[in-house]
Design a protein around this ligand. Structure first.
Ligand SMILES: [Zn+2]
Ligand SMILES: [Zn+2]
Length: 267
């Protein structure tokens, strides 16, 4: 199972980082997880065709995770995609996405099925098993996802090869959340949001994201093998070494992926 980060910025893009998106590829499936603006183009830059996507998982409908989705569907329609596409996400996704496609005059050339999930759901996409849990993100319904595979090891090379067996977990946007901690139990790789640099800099009224230290505490308590800090605020991304140091004091196996970085979980 190969995970490739397409965008890793929280809120809005920077010169080096697009908004949130990643692909998960196995022998039988290609998933896109979240779809911030610019995802279509960045997928092409990484050599991944949107036409090859099996399904899309959306954590929530804030723009930095969602604004690329109508454009992605529009592009696949113009390229005469024929393969059906499943899109999974939290409550409200079906009505909102259907409305956006309708007002923009997009009737996809392919069968599009939008399935709303709730915390605790589990299902299968080809050779990938999916589970989800609700995050804590103000009034916005949001889901974290756990993806695991049981078939033969992936063969393609990647920059980072992980020795641990098991699952990939993505937190979406969330304050520290016990349900996500449980979802991440013994995960080979946990990509957890780390929007804030430190507790001192969390804006008032904004307790719906995590600091790097809080993400590290979740990883440690969950028994994850490795932690990737994503969704760093553009305001503080220039302080990434400092952010990394604060997390590694709690959970040493922590990294901050760049856009384009990929990881393989050997199963
Ligand atoms: Zn976000
Ligand atoms: Zn959000």
């Amino acid at each position: 199972m190969k995970i490739r980060f397409i965008g890793t910025s929280g809120g809005y893009p920077t010169a080096k980082r697009g908004t949130m998106a990643m692909t998960i590829s196995s022998e039988q499936a290609n998933l896109l997880v979240d779809c911030g603006e610019g995802t279509y183009r960045e997928m092409l830059t990484g050599g991944i065709s949107p036409l090859d996507l099996t399904a899309i998982l959306i954590s929530h409908q804030h723009g930095d995770h969602f604004f690329g989705l109508p454009g992605l569907i529009w592009g696949m329609h113009l390229r005469d995609r024929e393969m059906p596409l499943m899109i999974y996400g939290p409550a409200g996704l079906r009505e909102n996405l259907t409305t956006i496609l309708s007002v923009s005059g997009c009737r996809p050339s392919f069968q599009l099925e939008i399935v709303e999930r709730t915390s605790g759901d589990s299902w299968q996409i080809a050779d990938l098993a999916i589970e989800c849990a609700a995050g804590i993100h103000g009034s916005m319904p949001t889901l974290a996802y756990r993806v695991s595979k049981s078939a033969a090891p992936a063969k393609s090379p990647a920059k980072n090869r992980l020795g641990a067996r098991g699952a990939f977990v993505y937190s979406g946007d969330t304050a520290p959340c016990p349900e996500i901690e449980a979802l991440a139990a013994s995960a080979a790789l946990l990509a957890h949001e780390a929007t804030w640099r430190s507790p001192d800099e969390v804006p008032s009224q904004a307790q719906k994201h995590s600091t790097a230290s809080e993400a590290a505490e979740i990883a440690a308590r969950a028994g994850a093998k490795r932690l990737l800090l994503v969704h760093l605020s553009p305001k503080w991304v220039d302080h990434s070494e400092e952010i990394l140091t604060s997390a590694r004091l709690i959970f040493p196996e922590t990294s901050i992926p760049a856009d384009g970085d990929s990881y393989i979980i050997v199963d």
